[in-house]
Design a protein. Sequence first.
Length: 157
Amino acid sequence: MRPVEIEKDIANAISEILDESQFMVGLVVKGTQPNQKIELLIDGDDGVTIDNCGNVSRSLYRKLDEIGYSAEAFALEVSSPGIGHPLVSKRQFRSKVGRKLKLTMNDASEIVGELLSVDDQQIGFNSFIKKGNKVQYNELTVPFDAIAKAQEQISFK
């Protein structure tokens, strides 16, 4: 099974498995048979639980078996993107409204703040810069095409 071939088959299968509130974020196929590893990242509008990942994994194994892939030929890992994974779709941004993000811009500058809003072209963002004991806030509109990378930040409020 070639990586490109199985990626296409998984993408087709996963579109039938996930409900409308869930979506695929990433797919990586590593190695060759019989030691091939498939890493699938899923997310949801309201997040993803370990039970969601388990259900998707079982359904995907069944679906791949139906189309001729032997479960012994690969290891499948289904998980949600953790806090360290960058946001890769506008849909992920929508689920993070109200959360703290770090944006790395195309010019390599970084902005930290709260995601206020999301539309098809841009985000509303309240950046904050700590200067001594004071925090300076600045409300911005940031086009998606100006963002090189976005990651959720842990907030201990």
